[in-house]
Design a protein around this ligand. Structure first.
Ligand SMILES: Cc1ncc(C[n+]2csc(CCOP(=O)(O)OP(=O)(O)O)c2C)c(N)n1
Ligand SMILES: CC(=O)[C@@H](O)[C@H](O)COP(=O)(O)O
Ligand SMILES: [Mg+2]
Length: 644
C-alpha cells in the first residue's frame, strides 16, 4: 500500500463551497494535491486515469468560478470525473471506485447532487446540459448547463445535433471542449485535423490580450459585416469558424493547465450576457504523471499500479483475449479474401481491429466515436460487394440501433457484426454491460445471431460470418479471455441455425447459448451427482433457433432450462415462443429460462457478478430442482406452493 500523499490544502476542501473560500493564489497548490490524491487512489483501485489527470486544473477552475451544483456540470463520458468526485464530497470513498457497492467509475445521478447527469456512453453532455439550461430558463431559475466534452467525444454526430440546437439557450449554456488530441487511441478524422490546425495556427491566448479579446467577442450580439470580414481576413477566426457558424461564441484555444488563463476566461464567460459559448481548452491526457504521459495510450484505462514505478499489476499469460482471437482470425481470413474489411468506432485495441489493421491497413477503418455512421458505412460497403465486419461492443452498438434495423436488416445487407463485451463486463458496470444485444438483434428480420461458447467457437463463427452472404449476421462473445482451448488451425463453417449436444442425458436438458456453457457443464455434473441425468446443448444460434434439436429435447426430457448471458427477451423468450407455437408446453413440460437481470447496480469483478446475476452452476441446479419439484407436486401442492 502506497503512503497517501500529504494534502494539507485539499484536506480543507470537502465541497466546492470550501474551494471557493480559498484565495486564487492557493489553487495551484490545491490542484497539485488533487492530482497526487487521484494518482494514489487509482493506483489502488485501477480505472480510468489519463483523462482525469488531464482535467485536474479544469475541474478546479470550473468549481471555483461557477456555482455548482446550481450550475449543472455535465461531464461527457464521465471517465474523467475522479477529480470532480474528490472535490464534491466523495474523497472519503474514492478508493471504493468501481467496486461492489462503491463509487461508480462514471458520473451517476444517484451518487451526488454534483452529478446532475449520468454518463459513460460518449457525446451526450451538450444535449443534457442544454436540457438543464432550457429548463432553468423556462422555470426562471438561475443556473447554467455546462458541458465538458473531449475531442474524441466531439467526433460523434450527437454533439452536432446538440450544438445545432443550442443558440436558444443564450448564455445559459457553456461548452468546454477539452482537447487533448487523444481519444482512447489517437483521434481520427477531419475534426481532429481541424482542431490541430486551430491549436497550431493561433498562439495560445496570452494573458495580456486575453480579457480584451474575450470581452470584445462576447460584448456584441452580432458582428458587423466589415468586422467579420476583417476577422476572416486576419484568420483570427480560423480557430472557431466551425463552432461560430453553429451559433457559438468561440473562445480559445487556451492552456487548460494554466489556472491564470482558465480562471479569467471562465469568469468572463460566467459574467457575460452573451452565449452560448464554446471554450476550447488544450490539455494533456495523463498530465503530471510521467508513466501516463509517456505511455502511448496515456494510461486511459489501467489496472491497479505501483505509484512509484507506474507498473500495472496485470495478470500475465493465460488464454488470449477474445478481441485478439477475433482480430487475428479475421486478419488471416482477409489474407485470401480481399472483400473482408473491418470497422471500429474508436475502439481499435478493445475490438482487436488494431491487429487486423496491422495486416491490412487499407481495409481497416476507425470511424471515431460514430457507431451510427460506422454501421451504415458497413451497409454501403456490403451493398457494393465487400464483406464488412463492424466490430462494436454490445453496449455501444445500442447507439446505432436504427442503422442496424433500417439500413442493414430491412435491406437484408450482409453486414457482419462482431459483438465484443457481450454480457457482464465487470468494473465498468451497468452502463457498459452487454445485456441487450440478443434481444435487440434476434427480434429483427433476416438477422442471424450467434454466440460463441469459447475461443474455438469464436474462430468458427468469424469464418462462418465471413462466408455468409445471405444477409446480416452477428456473433457475440464476452469481455476477457477464453477457457484455454487450442485455436483451430482450420476454421469450420457452421451450419446456420444448428446447435450441438455437448453432453448426453435423459432427465434434464440445459440449453446454453454462449460462454455460460462451462457453467452449464458444471451444473450437469452437480445434477448427475444427485442422480439426475442431464443433457447439455450449446445452441450456438439465438436466431434461427435449432428447432429440431429443441423439440427433440423438449419431448424427451422432464425439465428444460435455457441459459443465456442476456436480459429478458432473448433466447429464453424465443424458445418459449417456439414451444407454445408448437403446442409443446402442453406436454406438461416445465421450461425455465435463466438470464441476466435487466440492470445490476454494482461494479464488481466478473466472477462475483455472475453470482449476483444468478447465472452460475449452483443457480442452474436450484432452478432445475425447483422445476422438478413443481412438476412432481400434486395440483393442490402446487397451489399451496404458489400461495406460500
Ligand atoms: C458511444 C461510445 N462509444 C465508445 C465509447 C468508448 N470510449 C470511452 S472514452 C473514449 C474516448 C473519449 O475521448 P475524449 O472524448 O477525447 O476523452 P479523453 O479520454 O481524451 O479525455 C471512448 C471511445 C464510449 N464511452 N461511448
Ligand atoms: C470509458 C469507456 O467507455 C471505455 O474506456 C471502456 O471503459 C473500455 O472498456 P474495456 O476496458 O472493456 O475495453
Ligand atoms: Mg481527448
Amino acid at each position: 500500500m502506497s503512503t497517501p500523499p500529504k494534502t494539507p490544502l485539499l484536506d480543507t476542501v470537502d465541497t466546492p463551497a470550501d474551494l471557493r473560500k480559498l484565495d486564487r493564489s492557493q489553487l495551484r497548490q490545491l490542484a497539485d494535491e488533487l492530482r497526487a490524491e487521484m494518482i494514489d487512489a487509482v493506483g489502488q483501485t485501477g480505472g480510468h486515469l489519463g483523462s482525469g489527470l488531464g482535467v485536474v486544473e479544469l475541474t478546479t477552475a470550473i468549481h471555483y468560478v461557477f456555482d455548482t451544483p446550481d450550475d449543472k456540470l455535465v461531464w461527457d463520458v464521465g471517465h474523467q470525473c475522479y477529480p470532480h468526485k474528490i472535490l464534491t464530497g466523495r474523497r472519503d470513498r474514492i478508493r471504493t471506485l468501481r467496486q461492489g457497492g462503491g463509487l461508480s467509475g462514471f458520473t451517476k445521478r444517484s451518487e451526488s447532487e454534483y452529478d446532475p447527469f449520468g454518463a459513460a456512453h460518449s457525446s451526450t453532455s451538450i444535449s443534457a446540459a442544454l436540457g438543464f439550461a432550457m429548463a432553468n430558463k423556462m422555470q426562471g431559475k438561475p443556473g447554467r448547463g455546462i458541458a465538458v466534452i473531449g475531442d474524441g467525444a466531439m467526433s460523434a454526430g450527437m454533439a452536432y445535433e446538440a450544438m445545432n440546437n443550442a443558440e436558444q439557450a443564450g448564455n445559459r449554456l457553456v461548452v468546454i471542449l477539452n482537447d487533448n488530441d487523444m481519444s482512447i487511441a489517437p483521434p481520427v478524422g477531419g475534426l481532429s485535423a481541424y482542431l490541430a490546425r486551430t491549436v497550431s495556427s493561433s498562439e495560445y491566448l496570452h494573458l495580456r490580450h486575453l480579457a480584451s479579446r474575450i470581452s470584445k467577442k462576447l460584448s456584441r450580439r452580432v458582428w458587423s459585416g466589415l468586422e467579420k470580414a476583417e476577422e476572416y481576413a486576419r484568420g483570427m477566426v480560423t480557430g472557431g469558424t466551425l463552432f461560430e457558424e453553429l451559433g457559438f461564441y468561440y473562445v480559445g484555444p487556451i492552456d487548460g493547465h494554466n489556472l491564470d488563463h482558465l480562471i479569467p476566461v471562465l469568469e468572463n464567460v460566467r459574467d457575460s450576457e452573451d452565449g452560448p459559448v464554446l471554450i476550447h481548452v488544450v490539455t494533456k491526457k495523463g498530465k503530471g504523471y510521467a508513466p501516463a504521459e509517456n505511455s502511448a495510450d496515456k494510461y486511459h484505462g489501467v489496472a491497479k499500479f505501483d505509484v512509484i514505478t507506474g507498473e500495472q499489476k496485470k495478470s500475465s499469460g493465460g488464454p488470449p483475449a477474445y478481441q485478439n482471437v477475433f482480430g487475428d482470425t479475421l486478419a488471416k481470413l482477409a489474407d485470401t479474401d480481399p472483400r473482408i474489411c473491418a470497422i471500429t468506432a474508436a475502439m481499435p485495441s478493445g475490438t482487436g481491429v488494431d491487429r487486423f489493421a496491422k495486416a491490412h491497413p487499407d481495409r481497416a477503418f476507425d470511424v471515431g466515436i460514430a457507431e451510427q455512421h460506422g454501421v451504415t458505412f458497413a451497409a454501403g460497403l456490403a451493398a457494393q460487394g465487400m464483406r464488412p465486419f463492424a466490430a462494436i461492443y454490445s453496449t455501444f452498438l445500442q447507439r446505432a440501433y436504427d442503422q442496424v434495423v433500417h439500413d442493414v436488416a430491412i435491406q437484408n445487407l450482409p453486414v457482419r457484426f462482431a459483438i465484443d463485451r457481450a454480457g457482464l463486463v465487470g468494473a465498468d458496470g451497468c452502463t457498459h454491460a452487454g445485456s441487450f444485444d440478443i434481444t435487440y438483434l434476434a427480434t429483427l428480420p433476416n438477422m442471424v445471431v450467434m454466440a460463441a461458447a469459447d475461443e474455438a467457437e469464436l474462430v468458427h463463427m468469424t469464418y462462418t460470418a465471413a462466408e455468409y452472404d445471405d444477409g446480416p449476421i452477428a456473433f457475440r462473445y464476452p469481455r476477457g479471455a477464453g477457457i484455454g482451448l487450442d485455436l483451430p488451425e482450420t476454421p469450420q463453417k457452421l451450419e446456420i441455425g444448428k446447435g450441438r449436444i455437448v453432453r448426453e442425458g435423459t432427465k434434464v436438458a440445459i440449453l446454453s447459448l454462449g460462454a455460460r456453457l462451462e457453467e452449464a457443464r458444471k451444473a450437469a455434473d452437480l445434477l448427475e451427482a444427485k442422480g439426475l441425468s442431464t443433457t447439455v446443448a450449446d445452441l450456438r444460434f439465438a436466431k434461427p433457433l435449432d428447432t429440431d434439436l429443441i423439440e427433440k429435447l423438449l419431448r424427451s426430457h422432464e425439465v428444460v432450462v435455457t441459459v443465456e448471458e442476456g436480459a429478458v427477451g432473448g433466447l429464453g423468450a424465443h424458445v418459449l415462443t417456439f414451444a407454445s407455437d408448437e403446442g409443446l408446453t402442453d406436454a406438461g413440460l416445465k421450461i425455465r429460462t435463466m438470464r441476466l437481470p435487466d440492470i445490476y447496480q454494482d461494479h464488481d469483478d466478473p466472477m462475483k457478478q455472475y453470482d449476483e446475476a444468478g447465472l452460475n452452476a449452483p443457480h442452474i441446479v436450484d432452478t432445475v430442482l425447483k422445476a422438478l419439484r413443481h412438476n412432481s407436486a400434486s395440483e393442490n401442492e402446487r397451489v399451496e406452493e404458489v400461495r406460500a
